[in-house]
Design a binder for this molecule. Structure first.
Ligand SMILES: [Zn+2]
Length: 325
């Protein structure tokens, strides 16, 4: 019987992972991506109906497979124009992890990545980690496409012309209310706030495109440090390192001040260790695709959470990561 891990503190001491070993794991995750990616691509073509269809199909596959980690899907709310917003959950661990994608309607990369992640967890859950215990330790909740009306129009804002990511306090949008309710209900230990940044963002002091940027949103103006936010910084560092192994010199820390009306800040303040992940522009001769990089990065983050790898990461290094320009 698995021992439960309600605080999500590492169950094993941090291990020293040599670069070669991590690269080998990246390679394994990349093979999983090529096997389990789902359309439609480009991800900007994904609409609310596609999300519903993919989730329905995955529930069916999961049911027929008799997996000990069945996928469940439920409606958690509706958009301003009445489109359904669904939450997919898989796993039976006490460590709850929440990912939400596309709160900006024209930022679709991670919705496609979320499909691939869920497809992998449904069809090949044991292939993720050596001991097959990720879904015993964690329960993963995915909210793909929080802003289906914006996705329909390919706009950042929702159908009220409001930016959901500036609505964490006013709560004028139905979509913002959905996210807030889900966070309040699940009280996740970890949160992933998934976005696309402008394609012309560069790594500071260089001409290199920033293909991956991370941010542990601050708790307040004074940037107060708590165990929860230090864990978020450790996680951000793991994700940054994954980007650097994929294409050295093209990952950054996302530069942003404290924004009390943004959801990253609000979720962080709930005690959920939260990381903002931005997919950036692309380098044509990069080894793979944007979706593949972000799939591998999120799998790496999940592995770090459930394998106890965060314990050995020096959170202080977060502040010296290269910034966007
Ligand atoms: Zn965004």
């Amino acid at each position: 019987m698995m021992q439960s891990d309600s605080t999500c503190e590492p169950t094993t001491r941090a291990r020293e992972f040599p670069f070669a070993e991590l690269s080998a794991r990246d390679g394994r995750f990349r093979k999983l991506y090529s096997r389990y990616q789902l359309g439609p691509l480009p991800s900007s073509d994904i609409r609310s109906e596609d999300v519903q269809q993919v989730l329905e199909q995955l529930v069916e596959v999961s049911r027929n497979s008799g997996s000990k980690w069945p996928l469940s899907v439920r409606e958690v709310g509706r958009s301003f124009e009445g489109r359904t917003i669904q939450l997919a959950s898989i796993g039976r661990g006490d460590c709850h992890v929440l990912l939400w994608t596309q709160m900006h309607g024209d930022e679709s990369t991670h919705t496609s990545v979320a499909f691939a992640l869920l497809n992998t967890l449904v069809r090949a859950p044991e292939s993720l980690d050596g001991d097959g215990q990720l879904l015993d330790r964690c329960t993963l909740h995915v909210l793909p496409m929080l802003n289906p009306d914006g996705a329909q129009r390919q706009t950042r804002e929702n159908a009220q012309d409001l930016d959901i990511n500036r609505d964490a306090v006013a709560l004028d949008t139905p979509e913002g209310n959905v996210l807030r309710n889900v966070v309040r209900e699940l009280r996740p230990a970890f949160g992933f706030n998934l976005h696309n940044q402008r394609a012309d963002k560069k790594v500071e002091g260089s001409d290199r495109v920033a293909i991956l940027s991370v941010l542990a949103p601050p708790l307040d103006e004074a940037d107060r440090e708590t165990p929860s936010i230090l864990r978020a910084r450790q996680l951000a560092l793991e994700m940054f390192a994954c980007g650097e192994r994929f294409l050295p010199g093209h990952s950054t820390r996302y530069e942003a001040g404290y924004m009390p009306t943004a959801f990253g800040e609000w979720v962080q303040a709930q005690g959920t260790s939260t990381v903002l992940l931005e997919a950036g522009g692309w380098v044509d001769d990069a080894p793979g695709t944007r979706e593949e990089l972000h799939y591998v990065t999120l799998l790496t983050a999940l592995a770090a959470i459930c394998e106890g790898e965060l314990a050995g990461v020096d959170a202080g290094a977060y502040l010296s990561l290269p910034l966007n320009q």
